[in-house]
Write a protein that binds this ligand. Structure first.
Ligand SMILES: Nc1ncnc2c1ncn2[C@@H]1O[C@H](COP(=O)(O)OP(=O)(O)OP(=O)(O)O)[C@@H](O)[C@H]1O
Ligand SMILES: [Mg+2]
Length: 251
């Protein structure tokens, strides 16, 4: 495995998050840092609060306590109008792609550009086509989401989340439900994007994919990040909690 020089700038600083739904405490002091240029794999059993972490980062969920520092700003407690700006800088790849069904692939990808930039139609078209090429979907411009395979929908969702060139990208189980061929294509797409310097969090139950793509891995268990370390160290860790995750016997 190639040795990667550790970047030191912090893209996201998540500090001591608490979140309960009713009397169910989900986060009980979640803290971790996402470093610039890295992909951080996030593991945790079903219902441990991984998606709630991602949703809190883009302000769709409101932690009861704690801070999320992005670009010198605490995202927790920001007004909706300021969150809209944050969401142009933090991309979110939803589990199902979350494309607009009534729009074509091209219109789906162009949408964020029309909403948030002053680019001309020609520039938008160029960007959309370049992105489609990156995700192996050249020529799919005029297809509707229901005309795409599951794998293509996911890749189109990835493209839409990336089109504004966000500083940080959040992947919520991007490989869930994909067969091995489509999983590989999606991972290859993400690896290509990684060469452009993306920073991201990759939530997954798919341990082999995380091992392939993540520089570091964090494990969420009982409301906290219990372990965070390089992928190399996680792979050879003797820690029983780490072992139970990587052997697929999560929790
Ligand atoms: N809006 C909500 N209202 C009430 N409870 C919620 C809400 N959102 C999440 N929860 C609860 O919070 C807990 C964590 O949910 P979350 O979706 O973050 O889990 P997860 O780790 O992403 O699980 P999975 O791996 O299954 O996707 C779950 O018990 C869930 O039921
Ligand atoms: Mg989830």
């Amino acid at each position: 495995m190639m040795q990667i020089e550790q970047p030191t700038k912090i893209a996201l600083d998540v500090k001591n998050l608490y979140k309960s739904f009713g009397d169910k405490a989900v986060h009980r002091g979640v803290s971790f840092q996402l470093l610039e240029g890295e992909i951080l794999g996030l593991f945790g059993g079903s219902g441990t609060g991984k998606s709630v972490i991602l949703r809190s980062i883009i302000g769709l969920e409101h932690p009861d306590q704690g801070e999320i520092i992005f670009d010198h700003t605490n995202i927790v407690g920001l007004s909706e109008s300021r969150l809209i700006r944050i969401r142009t800088q933090i991309g979110y790849v939803f589990q199902n792609g979350a494309l607009f069904d009534s729009l074509t692939v091209e219109e789906n990808l162009a949408y964020p550009l029309r909403e948030h930039t002053a680019l001309s139609d020609r520039e938008i078209q160029k960007k959309v086509n370049r992105m489609l090429e990156l995700i192996d979907m050249k020529g799919s411009n005029h297809l509707f989401p229901n005309e795409l395979s599951g794998g293509m929908q996911k890749r189109a969702g990835l493209a839409r989340a990336m089109i504004l060139e966000p500083k940080v990208i959040l992947f919520d189980e991007p490989t869930a439900g994909l067969d091995p061929v489509n999983t590989k294509r999606l991972l290859d797409n993400i690896k290509n994007l990684k060469k452009t310097g993306i920073t991201g969090i990759f939530v997954t139950h798919d341990i082999p994919s995380a091992f392939e793509i993540a520089d570091r891995i964090a494990i969420l268990y009982q409301g906290k990040i219990q372990v965070i370390d390089t992928t190399e160290n996680i792979k050879k860790s003797k820690d029983p909690l780490v072992q139970s995750f990587i052997q697929g016997a999560s929790h």
